[in-house]
Design a protein around this ligand. Structure first.
Ligand code: ZN
Length: 430
């Protein structure tokens, strides 16, 4: 049931009262540089923060075999994180409402050269309305919002009247295996909310993502013996050109996908990393490129992977150098399919009411052309998976920042959503 006006105002006030602590907590999270594989400290911090609040706690490792067997699981590489997944479990005194998963990821992408930042990337500086720092917007602010939305209810002597799982995952930026592991562990709820930085909008549709590596190898020779096309780095460039042609073909199919037809360029191929060669005067005998491409909802990751592999192989057969030095294609990260959030769910209606109460605006929805952990719940649990969070700027770039005014609105909206979706009951010891 939607909150009445009085309760709604009290919840808004309770969020406001806790907001200074919430910002300080978010800053603590940002100070921990939880790059891929280095999320242990922040997960310990989250574990303690939830335990102190009275959640029943579980902490578990990835089950590599189970993940790799799953169609949405990504291959493990040496870079894969071995940090645990942390779940705080709230059980009500009486289960009268609808269950909910609130989730956030703690892994952050590399900051790049520190001198490109105005402030050091892991120094959570506030300027005006903006809280800066790598991983602040994406998505430690949302993580703290989940926790402090529940704190606000508790300050009013209230708690969710349904089972609620507060999940802190890793590997969102590289494989999506963290959220998948929570699913494989058995956590299920009737709806999921993940407050990624989505500019106060709801994600309606989302692409899948594949990561792959192309490796070219050949015989090294002295430059004086070089003939056109015998250079592994040059050959890798030719493969990139072919992959660009594939990208253009996939984008040309956007008209067949309702949420993508209007997007200018929904399928982005990113050549994210290149390595190769040993010496300026030796013709390079090896080159490696790391790539990321998107796929439309409804397309199978395995089919897209096969299409890429076959395309590179066909190109190589027709290339003088590559025909004798066939490149390899391996899938070394995301193997994730996209999803569409079907309109009309009760969860979406409840979020729309909560959003309007918190912001005064109607809830808009939009398509995002990047990976989101909500796909796990949309595709494999088939429950409403709501990705909705604060206004941000420069995520994955320099001077990443989150709007504090927006964060407060979002936290209020989350608290109101929990109140409506899960229902409320008095805290036992209140
Ligand atoms: Zn994120």
């Amino acid at each position: 049931m939607p909150c009445d006006d009085t309760l709604r105002d009290r919840i808004g006030q309770a969020v406001a009262e806790g907001f200074a602590d919430q910002v300080a907590f978010t800053q603590d999270l940002i100070r921990m540089p939880s790059l891929r594989g280095s999320e242990h400290a922040v997960q310990d911090f989250v574990f303690q923060a939830l335990k102190r609040r009275g959640f029943a706690m579980e902490r578990f490792a990835m089950d590599r075999a189970a993940i790799e067997r799953h169609p949405g699981g990504a291959a493990f590489t040496p870079e894969h994180s071995d940090a645990p997944i942390v779940v705080g479990i709230h059980r009500p005194r009486a289960e009268t409402g609808r269950s909910l998963i609130l989730q956030a990821h703690v892994d952050v992408v590399p900051p790049g050269p520190a001198e490109m930042w105005t402030h050091p990337p892991f120094d959570p500086v506030i300027r005006g309305d903006w809280l800066h720092g790598r991983g602040g917007a994406d998505m430690k602010a949302g993580h703290a919002a989940n926790i402090f939305a529940l704190d606000a209810l508790r300050r009013l002597g209230l708690q969710p009247a349904a089972t609620l799982y507060l999940q802190s995952v890793v590997e969102e930026e590289s494989t999506g295996n963290g959220a998948l592991m929570a699913h494989l562990r058995g956590y299920r709820a009737e709806a999921v909310l993940i407050p990624e930085p989505e500019d106060e909008k709801l994600v309606r549709a989302n692409t899948g993502v594949l990561w792959f590596r192309v490796e070219v190898r050949g015989q090294p020779v002295h430059v004086r013996e070089m003939t056109t096309g015998s250079n592994a780095i040059d050959a890798a460039y030719r493969i990139v050109a072919e992959l660009r042609a594939l990208e253009a073909e996939w984008n040309a199919r956007k008209g067949a996908h309702p949420h993508f037809a209007e997007a200018e360029h929904p399928i982005n191929l990113n050549i994210g990393r290149i390595e190769g060669g040993d010496w300026a005067s030796s013709v390079p005998c090896w080159c490696r490129i790391d790539c990321r491409i998107a796929l439309y909802p409804g397309e199978r990751a395995a089919d897209a992977a096969r299409a890429i592999t076959e395309r590179v192989a066909a190109f190589a057969r027709a290339d003088g150098y590559l025909a004798n030095n066939p490149p390899s294609v391996t899938f070394n990260g995301f193997h994730a399919e996209g999803y569409v959030l079907e309109p009309g769910s009760e969860a979406e209606a409840a979020l729309a009411r909560s959003h309007r109460a918190a912001t005064g605006e109607p809830l808009e929805s939009f398509m995002t052309a990047g990976y989101l952990d909500t796909r796990v719940y949309a595709l494999y649990d088939r429950v409403p998976a709501l990705c909705y969070g604060p206004v941000s700027r420069n995520i994955h770039g320099f001077d990443e920042a989150v709007s504090l005014a927006s964060l407060r609105r979002i936290t209020t909206a989350i608290a109101l959503f929990v109140a409506e979706w899960c229902g409320l009951e008095a805290v036992a010891d209140a």
